[in-house]
Design a protein around this ligand. Sequence first.
Ligand code: ADP
Ligand code: MG
Length: 231
Amino acid sequence: MNIVSEIFNNAKKEGRKFLLESEAKTVCTKYGIQVTNFKVAKNEAEAVKFAEKIGYPVVLKIVSPDIIHKSDVGGVIINLKNSKSVRNAYRQIVKNVRKRRTKARIVGILVQEMAPSSTEVIVGAIKDPQFGPALMFGLGGIFVEVLKDVTFRVAPIMEDEAREMIAEVKAYPLLKGYRNLPPADIDAIVQILLNTSKLVMEHQEIKEIDLNPIMVYEKGAKTVDARIILE
Ligand code: ADP
Ligand code: MG
């Protein structure tokens, strides 16, 4: 069995409602969606070892099957520049989670590459009981949360539809570059939309997927958080 099916089967067997970020990112990678390099550490020493391997600065995040919104419980600490701050962040995250979610199981701490900030976009998909999975695209932050500036297409989509989706959000001109924002690699976003389409078509057990945010650069794009919710 391939690793992607193994991840889905394992989560199902355990009765889980969503994949861990590390699992969701492995699935993404297998579908050609670039994510920040990561490794799950089981203790402080391991976290430091992984941080040195990945390269500073790094981000630490809680890995728990009971926590879906990690930063809500103090489970994300970014921009760690040396081993001392990695050790402190490790302890701090465990402490935050123990305090705010007493019963949460802690699988480990995710150590990952810190993606330089850039234009943030969101790619997602949500399953409609009637039409099946629909893909979503929007720019990150206030554009999606406040202005609901997003666009949808029923999956599967083809390249021209992916390009239409990107061009039809109101914030589209920002992708062409604005003030200190560099122009974004539109082709990289198109590729993520197409790969996400393929993923949700091939894995009907996905109820919802949320790649949020994706940092888009002048060349390439990187997914910094991936959520996959299961049926
Ligand atoms: P949550 O489960 O709360 O959505 P995220 O993984 O999205 O947690 O982390 C919260 C925020 O931290 C992100 O929206 C992003 O701004 C920042 N962040 C997380 N991971 C990274 C990373 N690898 N590089 C840069 N910024 C990151
Ligand atoms: Mg997130």
